[in-house]
Design a protein around this ligand. Structure first.
Ligand SMILES: [Zn+2]
Length: 206
């Protein structure tokens, strides 16, 4: 073989290795559990025939179907209107060993003026720091939606965020007892916007 063709082959090998390398360094997929709160005979918050269990399930399904990123695996604790104990949920979560758990809920209050999105993490969890960081990032992602009023993260001893062996955040997506919140929580387009922002937030996770 001529010296020039050898040089040419060497060059080709160098270029192809440059293209192969990033493939080998592809990021490990991130597994996320989206936990739709309540279900079955447990309706969660209710308001004139509107149920928390239905709203959070609709948004969880939307997150799963809107996610097209192969590096993000979305798992749902429930895919139907079934009663699922908190223990069963954390059993499922801890068997999967996800990178992140988002438990979706909707609030209610006797004070009908109360509104907005709230985040909860557990300071009893060894993943408290990471959970708080995730809550902060999710807060920013959801605040992009002008329909939502997001508030700071609070700590609470709720089962899912305390017993999950992974960073875990409870997201209360709004108050069903507040007219403004109820409108966006039950609107298909607004639900899509919320789900899109959650998917965007997931895609930004490292
Ligand atoms: Zn709830």
């Amino acid at each position: 073989m001529k010296k020039t063709s050898l040089l040419f082959l060497a060059l080709i090998a160098l270029i192809s290795s440059a293209f192969i390398k990033p493939m080998a360094n592809e990021p490990k997929p991130i597994t996320v559990v989206i936990d739709a709160g309540h279900g079955g005979s447990d309706f969660g918050a209710t308001s004139n025939g509107t149920y928390e269990k239905v709203i959070v399930s609709q948004i969880a399904e939307k997150v799963k179907s809107l996610n097209v990123n192969k590096n993000i695996i979305v798992k749902l604790t429930r895919t139907s209107d079934e009663l699922m104990t908190l223990d069963k949920r954390t059993e499922y979560i801890n068997a999967i060993k996800p990178d992140l758990v988002l438990s979706l809920h909707v609030n209610s209050s006797t004070n009908h003026a109360k509104s907005g999105v709230e985040f909860y993490v557990s300071d009893k969890s060894p993943f408290f720091e990471k959970s708080s960081e995730i809550a902060r990032k999710l807060n920013l992602a959801l605040a992009k939606n002008n329909s939502l009023k997001v508030s700071d993260t609070k700590t609470a001893p709720f089962h899912i965020i305390k017993k999950s062996e992974a960073p875990a955040v409870i997201v209360e997506l709004g108050y069903l007892t507040n007219d403004y919140d109820k409108k966006y929580l039950t609107d298909d387009n607004e639900q899509n916007e919320i789900a899109k922002n959650i998917v965007f937030f997931l895609s930004e996770l490292k």
